[in-house]
Design a protein. Structure first.
Length: 162
């Protein structure tokens, strides 16, 4: 049985740049930084000479459920990774949706910080999130992220309405 989500991870090209972006632009909090240069990691990732630099981040004020972090950023120091186009139509490409309480204000603030958005906040007209708003944007490596403002009805259904 799968009990819950522990964390998720993105491979990045420049860990320092990504830490700055995810903390300064998104407001996440750096929990831990570490280098993984050991047999366990090489076995886990299936790369005999792997050396990884890792940053673990969390949403400030969000109580931990099972882990101290929700996002892990990984830079492969050895072997260096390839840079590929991360189109949302490419099989295997994922995105992360972040719930916000005012998508329009967050969108405006992030645009002023130079974030490239695919679209302004759009009203969600159908499906489970109908009545909310959403927009897609990318991080410095082209990883797709989403800002999602749920509708009051969706928040109530999730037990989050105040």
């Amino acid at each position: 049985m799968i009990a819950d989500v522990f964390h998720f991870s993105f491979t990045v090209s420049d860990l320092e740049r990504s830490i700055r972006w995810y903390t300064e632009v998104l407001g996440l909090e750096l929990v831990l930084r570490q280098r993984q240069d050991n047999d366990y990691t090489r076995t886990l990732v299936g790369i005999p000479d792997a050396v990884l630099e890792i940053a673990q981040l969390r949403i400030p004020g969000a109580p931990p459920r099972h882990s101290t972090h929700m996002l892990e950023l990984v830079q492969y120091l050895r072997p260096a990774g390839d840079t590929v186009e991360l189109r949302t139509t490419t099989v295997g490409v994922a995105h992360l949706a972040l719930m916000v309480d005012d998508v329009h204000a967050r969108h405006a603030r992030m645009r002023a910080q130079g974030v490239v958005f695919r679209n302004p906040p759009v009203a969600i007209a159908e499906g489970a999130n109908a009545g909310g708003f959403s927009c897609y944007f990318t991080d410095p490596d082209g990883i797709t992220l989403e800002l999602l403002q749920p509708s009051p009805a969706r928040l109530a259904a999730l037990g989050l309405a105040g």
